[in-house]
Ligand binder design. Sequence first.
Ligand code: 13P
Ligand code: SF4
Length: 311
Amino acid sequence: MEIQEKILKLKKQKNAVILAHFYQTSDIQDIADFVEDSLGLSQKASTTKADIIVFAGVHFMAETAKIINPQKKVLIPDINAVCSLADSCKITDLKKYKEKYPDHKVISYINCSAEVKTLSDVICTSSNAVKIVNSFSKNQKLIFAPDKNLGAYVNKITGRNMVLWNGECKVHDLLSTESILTIKLDNPDAKIIAHPECKAIVLEMADFIGSTAAMLAFVKKDSAKRFIIATETGIIHQMKKIAPEKEFIIVSKDKTCSCNDCEYMKMNTMEKLYDCLLKETPEIKLPLEIIVKARIPLQKMLDLSNIEKNK
Ligand code: 13P
Ligand code: SF4
């Protein structure tokens, strides 16, 4: 039996759901029940009726699903699939940081640990960061953690002056203007679209900036036929699916470099996915007190996002 069939059979037997991020390998995206951005995945985790959630993504995403569903079993194909951005912000350091800014509220990007979530007033993703920041009154002082690039972008859009934690995604942060310009020179008709985790200097060159889901929606509806994509490589699979007649050129330092493959996202494989479903391990486990505290800012984000959706 093919591995795809074995996974589907087990999934049915165990009443499991497979949630996958757009940066997963194509075969994992194709077998998943839902392939979404970080917001979409947390929304799916909040409504699933499955007994087991297999999270094909990185550790903070699976932790988020566990915080939302403490009673469910949450599995991740590779427990070492972490995130450089989430790792840049440790709870003890954030505690000290908050002491320096006692009258500031903390907005944390979802790319952070469950512990860091417990110190946050609200969570955001790249698709709702501007809305979440705007939900605070103009004179409320804010700390934005841990992504300084997304934080700077949101500061620019909202006209705020949030204090920014000094963290970055090592995949997006290394995408350079030089590599984009080289591609643009060869492809002058192609539109540049970029994820807000990229540096400000890269974002300034972009025709469109948005989360992975927003990038997908843009390439589908926009009249351009060719796009230069400044984000992780996995997104190209969905882009080709939703707009097969269009062309997508991924930004990288040179033709042989796979530097914008996220090494953590790509740790998950079909074999590991099958194995984790079969053996029900590695499982995400969190102390109840962390779940209880981290759930508050996360639920606030989900509520604010639903209000926006229902408008
Ligand atoms: P989104 O899919 O929410 O845009 O996030 C991108 C990312 O870097 C996830 O790790
Ligand atoms: Fe973290 Fe960047 Fe990988 Fe996303 S792409 S999981 S932010 S290291």
